[in-house]
Design a protein around this ligand. Structure first.
Ligand code: NAD
Length: 246
């Protein structure tokens, strides 16, 4: 490939997204680091990469707004003329037992975790199909595979991501565009830092490796799926969970 590959990672100012950016960034790629409300983490990451001679820039969008998601892809394609690797990483939780969950909390999670990835995949697919090469990698969750009490909204959205991955993989396979999911288990990030000690201990009991994962554990498989080494892998969901989904 003569030009640099263009990469977009959503929700990349911190946590797993940040680790994914670090893994994917290279002198042969230009990385868009997406953030929602706080630019600080994304800007610091772009500066860190610049010091290493890797090109990146930040891009803002509130992914609860479908128009903002669509516009973000248009902005990237206007600027760089292409989009080669899309990582749908942004996500949120609004946990509550089903009988107490509000319509608003249900919808908020579905919008960011399910509708936004759909829109970003649809817009990216148009570009990748023309180029006859592309990588779409969606961050799902072990919860999308197994369900979880108190997370009916989150589980539904993460299961939807897996179903969308399989559907789009079938549509794009003939164009050398692969679509895969990664299903992390319990990873040490801001998302899990809010859990009580009691809940953490309960989770540890469900992990055969009996320890939490690191963002870098997830980033490593994303890096592989984005590479030429993964040319013949599509429609798959790879668990990174210390054995939770055995
Ligand atoms: P995190 O909370 O640190 O990061 C989530 C990112 O999503 C943040 O950058 C945030 O800004 C972004 N985001 C949230 N709402 C947004 C919105 N409206 N618009 C745009 N961006 C928005 O959590 P994380 O653990 O790094 O999670 C990254 C992904 O991994 C998520 O999709 C999450 O569901 C998934 N995941 C995490 C774990 C875990 O244990 N941490 C396990 C399984 C799956």
């Amino acid at each position: 490939m003569s030009k640099k590959q263009v990469v977009l990672v959503t929700g990349a100012g911190r946590g797993i997204g940040k680790a994914i950016v670090r893994a994917l960034a290279s002198p042969t790629r230009f990385v868009y680091i997406h953030y929602s409300t706080s630019a600080d983490g994304a800007s610091a990451l772009a500066e860190e990469l610049a010091r290493e001679g890797k090109e990146a820039r930040t891009v803002q969008a509130d992914l609860s707004d479908p128009a903002a998601a669509k516009n973000m892809i248009a902005e990237i394609v206007d600027e760089s003329g292409q989009l080669d690797i899309l990582v749908n990483n942004a996500g949120l939780t609004r946990d509550q037992l089903t009988v107490r969950m509000t319509d608003e909390d249900y919808d908020a999670v579905i919008q960011v975790n399910q509708t936004a990835p759909f829109i970003l995949m649809r817009e990216a697919a148009k570009i990748m199909m023309r180029k006859r090469w592309g990588r779409i990698i969606n961050i799902s969750s072990v919860v999308g595979l197994k369900g979880n009490a108190g997370q009916i909204n989150y589980a539904a959205s993460k299961a939807a991501v897996i179903a969308m991955t399989k559907s789009l993989a079938r549509e794009l396979a003939g164009r050398s565009v692969t679509v895969n999911s990664v299903a992390p288990g319990f990873i040490e990030t801001d998302m899990t830092a809010v859990l009580s000690e009691k809940v953490r201990t309960q989770y540890l009991d469900t992990i055969p490796m009996h320890r939490l994962g690191k963002p870098e554990d997830v980033a490593a498989i994303v890096d592989f799926l984005a590479s030429e080494k993964a040319n013949y892998i599509t429609g798959q969901t790879i668990s990174v969970d210390g054995g939770m989904n055995l």
